[in-house]
Design a protein around this ligand. Structure first.
Ligand SMILES: C[S@@+](CC[C@H](N)C(=O)[O-])C[C@H]1O[C@@H](n2cnc3c(N)ncnc32)[C@H](O)[C@@H]1O
Length: 211
């Protein structure tokens, strides 16, 4: 049985942040992330299951990995509404409990910021993806504006302790490329809520495939 990652305070607060974000723009981001997704899908770090209502009904099956037990229980409840089979399981991105080439599509949304080891997580994503499969990602990222990026780096001294190991200054696209995935499409944007930027506003939504 994989070891859980316990973040009780984050697990209590995050669902409220997520609901607020959903009604202020994140619903459209999740739709964009999952538009046309199909086949056998793995979602890593599914959280409360916020993406589940946004999957196309034609999905063949969804396996949803979540290491935080309280969030996993919420995802389990969310999965009961889905019009396709969903299995919610414990596990970590760095050591996925699945054989090679097991999935057509892997989904990460707002997760590569939080994993302990991004390179191992991407290596695992590549391993479990079919050779012609795709990773779809929605992540907040390090800003390409130097002053903003400096502010993110400074905040990263405390932010991970408050936000379930979430880091502001990571560059997930570099990690994908470094570990053998090719970014095919990506859209960079600022997710400004009510016109206001916050430290996690710089975002990317895209697709990557094994080279
Ligand atoms: C900011 S939340 C995002 C949740 C969800 N993906 C979403 O889009 O709302 C980060 C998630 O990553 C999970 N997580 C943290 N470390 C992880 C790891 N090593 N492997 C897999 N998931 C992890 C957390 O438990 C949490 O559910």
């Amino acid at each position: 049985m994989p070891e859980d990652i316990s973040h009780p305070v984050f697990a209590r607060i995050y669902p409220r942040i997520e609901r607020f974000a959903l009604t202020h723009g994140a619903a459209a981001h999740r739709e964009e992330l999952l538009d046309g997704a199909g086949g056998r899908i793995l979602e890593i770090g599914v959280g409360t299951g916020a993406n589940i209502p946004f999957y196309p009904p034609a999905v063949e099956s969804l396996v949803a990995v979540e290491p935080e037990p309280r969030l996993r229980a919420r995802a389990q409840r969310a999965s009961e509404e889905a019009p396709f089979p969903v299995e919610v399981v414990p596990g970590r991105a760095e050591q996925l409990p699945f054989p090679d080439d097991a999935f057509d599509t892997v989904i990460v949304s707002l997760v590569l910021c939080s994993v302990r080891d991004v390179d191992r997580a991407v290596t695992e994503i590549r391993r479990v993806l079919r050779p012609d499969g795709h990773l779809r990602f929605y992540e907040h990222i390090r800003s390409d504006r130097p002053r903003f990026a400096r502010m993110q780096r400074s905040l990263d001294l405390i932010w991970p302790r408050l936000g379930g190991n979430c880091h502001l200054s990571r560059d997930p696209e570099s990690a994908l490329v470094r570990n053998g995935l090719a970014v095919e499409t990506v859209r960079h944007f600022d997710f400004a809520i009510n016109g206001r930027l916050n430290p996690s506003s710089p975002c990317a939504i895209g697709r990557a495939s094994a080279e």
